[in-house]
Design a protein around this ligand. Structure first.
Ligand code: NAD
Ligand code: UD1
Length: 339
């Protein structure tokens, strides 16, 4: 069993991974500056896990604070979620993204070296594949970036690869997420973005709740079966289980200092598929209107999930209905809690 420090552990994905790690018997400590999350997520995590979950409020760019958190809690592995993730904002404020995502990761790694901890799981993204040259996207697909956010993910991947090449004691898993959606079965944790959501599922959910009037569908003239964009949506609880499998694997790994795995389902759904499924599963209406394409969007993006299946023994188990039902359950319980 490991003692795992989760940077960004109070966030959407980090909190679900915390729940999965605890369920698998690992000890966890969250480290978060709460720039995009709230401390009361930890109370709900404690309700889910039945264990006390320590939270260190700090910034990954503060090397001393990270070092103190690792040593005082005796962490022997880090899962690194902390960072900024809004593509449009990264175009407008690139310095903020290089500072948080690149400098922050560099500082975190320095602190890990200070503490002699070299086991790391990193949250990367399918965005590093750029414009798909073929589908499904496997891990050997060439990488590129189309915006500053994507460039920060690519830069960190390249930095980690150099570090692993120089020091074979590192055990690093780079996980490339496709489109995480849904919420924990308890309804206690989920995705609750501040302001108007950028991503499809939170937008659909707020339209269903009457908090937004209509969903804009960004383009219906793509070369896809119904003309709307196709993505590989993966249930966040499946994604979380993938982290537990990756951590187990690198813990036992004797040869490789760095490995890369896609976390996706291998199945693509269109925007209209998502609307229809959400309406059917939850008995709600999602008014929508067709709008022009969103700049930077691709027609289709979905994973080859073969390497994760073969090497991690992990595959997504939860389907589209569960993604839609859990999103809606969380929306309603969050509304009742007024969070
Ligand atoms: P999130 O914003 O919910 O979680 C990120 C957490 O990190 C937040 O709690 C925030 O307060 C914290 N944080 C940000 N900067 C920090 C800093 N400098 N120091 C300490 N804490 C800091 O986002 P998420 O959706 O949970 O994403 C987690 C990671 O996964 C990110 O690195 C993101 O880029 C990556 N990712 C997310 C998606 C997605 O669709 N959600 C897809 C691919 C990759
Ligand atoms: C976006 C990011 C990507 C990031 C990912 C995280 C962009 C250009 N890309 O990917 O870098 O890694 O989130 O999950 O922002 N859509 C609508 N109406 C909406 C919102 C979305 O029609 O209001 C459509 C999009 O055009 C797309 C699909 O829904 O076809 C999914 O969009 P989204 O949830 O934003 O994810 P991605 O664009 O795949």
């Amino acid at each position: 069993m490991m003692k795992v420090l989760l940077t960004g552990g109070a966030g959407y994905i980090g909190s679900h991974v915390a729940a999965s790690l605890a369920a698998a018997g690992h000890d966890i400590v969250c480290f978060d500056n709460l720039s995009n999350s709230r401390a009361d997520v930890i109370d709900r995590l404690e309700a889910i896990t039945g264990k006390s979950v320590p939270l260190v409020v700090g910034d990954i760019r503060d090397r001393v604070a990270v070092r103190d958190a690792i040593t005082s809690h005796g962490a022997n592995a880090v899962i690194h979620f902390a960072g900024l993730k809004a593509v449009g904002e990264s175009v407008a404020e690139p310095l903020k993204y290089y500072d948080n995502n690149v400098r922050g990761t560099l500082s975190l790694i320095e602190a890990m070296v200070d503490c002699d901890v070299r086991t790391l799981v990193f949250s990367s993204s399918a965005t590093v594949y750029g414009e798909p040259q073929y589908l499904p996207l496997d891990e050997a697909h060439p990488t590129s970036a189309t915006n500053p956010y994507g460039r920060t993910k690519l830069m960190v991947e390249e930095m980690l690869s150099d570090i692993a090449a120089a020091d074979p004691a590192w055990r690093i898993a780079v996980l490339r997420y496709f489109n995480p959606v849904g919420a924990h079965a308890s309804g206690l944790i989920g995705e609750n973005p501040a302001g108007t959501p950028n991503n499809l599922m939170p937008y659909i959910s707020r339209v269903a709740a009457g908090r937004l009037s209509e969903l804009p569908v960004f383009g219906n003239d793509y070369d896809t079966p119904d003309g709307t964009g196709v993505r590989d949506y993966i249930h966040v609880e499946d994604l979380a289980d993938g982290h537990v499998a990756a951590l187990d694997r690198i813990g036992a790994e004797e040869e490789e200092a760095l490995s890369v795995w896609n976390l996706g389902t291998g199945q693509g759904y269109s925007v209209l598929d998502m609307i229809t499924a959400f309406e059917r599963v939850n008995g709600v209406r999602i008014p929508h209107r067709i709008e022009p394409r969103r700049a930077g969007d691709v027609a289709s993006c979905y994973a080859s999930a073969a390497r994760a299946r073969d090497e991690l023994g992990w595959a997504a188990r939860r389907g589209l209905d569960d993604m839609c039902a859990s999103t809606w359950r969380f929306e309603r319980t969050a509304a009742m809690r007024n969070t």
